[in-house]
Design a protein around this ligand. Structure first.
Ligand code: HMG
Ligand code: MG
Length: 286
């Protein structure tokens, strides 16, 4: 039987947080509903962050209330602090994700605190989530490159990943936030991280700025990672990471994995329809 690789869909959150126009909540929920029929197990649906920082996600509660919840699909959301967690919980998110960085400058620019302060800020989120039985994922941004500081030492990415794993995050998602990672730099980073966290608790989140994302997934597969983030239509980017392009395209990842004999459980036809709809959201309607 073919080995299963999970694709964690990022389009509605990473994809739409960076859009110039404010996509109406109804169009976001339509996208999530279309994705729910594609065979995806996990969809990052929105983020409960400060609307002053990311106005594109200010309608998080409305989006969560509007989606049709398909059986077997986990609707995950991003939360930066306890306030975000409480709102996510009220909106019945199935899973939450906290987000840290391997770069001090990016941490300041993205969440307005140092790396150490962010870890302290996540502790009460982990405690509340544990009491509620809500799984917590964690991102480490800038694992190989930072838009402000340049290359990230692999040992720094490994240290932050280890801390997040230690405080109870079930999966550490390694973010090449600006898509400058290459197979050698991603490989070196993974070799350091794997000394701290086992591959079954890791995921790859590779933006595709320079066209290396699929190759970076391959070097990750070689190191036994089996979960990868991708965004339908290749949407994505971070408002605080200048130059960051979209996440690697879900269809491209699914096709590459199928070509190498892995099972993803995805319906390529429906995914294609969702991708067309997602790309249409980027354009202003007349
Ligand atoms: P701050 O200004 O230091 O926080 O921001 P604060 O506690 O002083 O709060 C400021 C205001 O925001 C207050 O409102 C709070 O109530 C409110 P006011 O009193 O002024 O009216 N506030 C909130 N509102 C709603 N939900 C919340 C929340 N928290 C505070 N959860 C903060 C600190 C972390 C809040 C801010 O910096 C923030 O929201 N940052 C989020 C940035 C973001 O979303 N970035 C994109 C996602 S990360 C990413 O894309 C990377 C990733 O894809 C992986 C990769 O590619 O590497 C995950
Ligand atoms: Mg991202």
């Amino acid at each position: 039987m073919a080995e299963f690789v999970r694709i964690f869909e990022m389009g509605p959150r990473d994809g739409l947080q960076n859009e110039g126009r404010l996509v109406p909540a109804a169009e976001k929920t339509r996208l999530v509903d279309m994705l729910s029929d594609c065979g995806l197990q996990k969809i990052e649906t929105t983020s409960f962050v400060s609307p002053k920082w990311v106005p594109q996600m200010a309608d998080a509660a409305e989006v969560m209330a509007g989606i049709r919840r398909a059986r077997g699909v986990v609707y995950a959301v991003l939360v930066p602090n306890l306030k975000g967690y409480k709102a996510a919980r009220a909106a019945k998110a199935d899973e939450v994700a906290v987000f840290a960085s391997a770069s001090e400058t990016f941490s300041r620019m993205n969440i307005n605190c140092s790396i150490a302060e962010s870890l302290e800020r996540f502790r009460p989120v982990l405690a509340a989530a544990a009491a509620d039985g809500v799984p917590v994922r964690a991102y480490v941004s800038c694992v190989t490159d930072c838009p402000y500081e340049g290359p990230t030492p692999p040992a720094t990415a490994a240290r932050v990943a280890a801390e997040l794993f230690k405080i109870g995050c079930y999966e550490i998602c390694l973010g090449d936030t600006i898509g400058h990672g290459t197979p050698p730099t991603i490989g070196a980073m993974l070799d350091a991280v794997l000394k701290e966290v086992p591959p079954e608790n890791l995921a790859g989140h590779y933006h595709d700025t320079k066209g290396w994302a699929l190759d970076n997934i391959l070097v990750s597969l070689e190191r036994s990672l089996r979960t990868f983030d991708a965004a339908v239509g290749g949407l994505g980017g971070c408002p605080f990471a200048p130059g960051a392009k979209g996440n690697v395209d879900t269809l491209a990842v699914a096709a590459m994995l199928a070509g190498r004999g892995y099972e993803t459980g995805l319906d390529m036809g429906r995914l294609d329809e969702a991708a067309r709809f997602a790309r249409g959201l980027r354009k202003e309607r007349p």
